[in-house]
Design a protein around this ligand. Structure first.
Ligand SMILES: NC(=O)c1ccc[n+]([C@@H]2O[C@H](COP(=O)([O-])OP(=O)(O)OC[C@H]3O[C@@H](n4cnc5c(N)ncnc54)[C@H](O)[C@@H]3O)[C@@H](O)[C@H]2O)c1
Length: 322
């Protein structure tokens, strides 16, 4: 029976991963370490599983009397407004967090890390294969995130080379869905909240910048297969995402259709906002045959809006019940 640690498990993606891990019968103990910087206790409050434990702590300083068979390191904000506000903290969570967590892994254990498509920066190659080395500005306003992802990958792949560490690194592209914070600041959640609260939908720049949005359930399925379910010899990073590229303005227009009365306004472009982002999924298709993002954004955006609307109703009820 295995013991598992998930750092960042109170966050949007981490909490869905925890749900998936708890379906496994071979896990005896699952510890979530999270300092609730960008995560929410509410994301885990539905769990009634005696194997589950929550440890409120910075990942860099986490203490544990036990070592773990599997460690999942997701502790880092993913939203630009959040990480750009606290760059030192972002670098520390990723890199120092990985260094601390490696000390808590049993010999022969597996270390899984969520890097990011941001390692490709503002790409001049599209779609981006894992072999593309990217175009990141190490002095730019997004560098705390992009470069800490790159450096943490370097730390982990060097640990694999020098110490034979069993490493699994995913490079997820944009993910969206239920349990994103209402004040997360990224496109889909922003648009949903703006539309539901009667505010104009704000688009940075002309909105023609494209993204490849993956609905959370599809992404978690990819994580499950790469991190623990499928067997293969490959030991490098893997793109996980949706390769259907959609412009930001198209998503905003779709939200307008779903929430009648919404309107779009344009504001100044975000600093160093990548113009395009699209995964080359050749490798994912070879390693995880049959896996892909099945849920089209039209459906995923609707499910996300419905979830936000439901959360708002819950909060209103809680306020009116005192
Ligand atoms: N959401 C995406 O689109 C996306 C895309 C690519 C990669 N990722 C990566 O996936 C991971 C999870 O992203 P998310 O969208 O769930 O973000 P999130 O902000 O919702 O979750 C991150 C979690 O980590 C916690 N955390 C941050 N710093 C910490 C620290 N020092 N110690 C302990 N806990 C800490 C936060 O409180 C939060 O619960 C991140 O590593 C992110 O870089 C996300």
């Amino acid at each position: 029976m295995k013991s598992v640690l998930v750092a960042g498990g109170a966050g949007f993606v981490g909490s869905h991963l925890v749900d998936r891990l708890l379906r496994r019968a071979d896990i005896a103990r699952l510890v979530v370490v999270d300092n609730l910087w960008s995560g929410l206790v509410d994301n885990l409050s539905h769990i009634r599983d005696p194997r589950f434990h929550f440890e409120p702590s910075d990942v860099e300083a986490v203490q544990s009397p036990h070592l773990f068979d599997e460690i999942y390191h997701l502790a880092s904000p993913a939203s630009p407004p959040w990480y750009m506000q606290q760059p030192e903290r972002t670098i520390s969570a990723n890199l120092i967090g990985a260094m601390r967590l490696r000390e808590l892994l049993k010999d022969g254990g597996r270390f899984c890390y969520t890097s990011s498509s941001e390692v490709y920066g503002d790409p001049i190659v599209s779609p981006q294969p894992e072999s593309y080395r990217g175009q990141v500005d190490c002095t730019g306003p997004r560098s705390s995130y992009d470069e800490s992802k790159r450096c943490t990958e370097a730390f982990l792949f060097e640990s694999q080379r020098v110490r034979n560490l069993d490493v699994r690194v995913v490079r997820p592209f944009n993910i969206y869905g239920p349990r994103t914070r209402a004040d997360d600041g990224r496109a889909v959640s922003n648009f949903a909240m703006q539309a539901l609260t009667g505010r104009p939908i704000t688009i940075y720049g002309d909105g023609l910048q494209s993204r490849s949005w993956g609905y959370i359930d599809d992404i978690i399925e990819g994580f499950e297969r790469f991190f623990w379910r499928d067997t293969f010899d490959y030991r490098g990073p893997l793109n996980i995402g949706n390769d259907r590229e959609i412009s930001v303005i198209d998503v905003a227009r779709h939200v307008c259709k779903l929430v009648p009365g919404s309107r779009i306004i344009h504001v100044d472009p975000a600093p160093q906002d990548p113009t395009n982002r699209c995964p080359d999924l050749t490798l994912a298709r070879q390693l995880l045959p049959g896996w892909s993002c099945h849920i089209p954004y039209e459906q995923g955006v609707k499910m996300t809006i419905d979830w936000f609307a439901n959360q708002m109703r819950r909060e209103r009820r809680a306020v009116s019940n005192g």
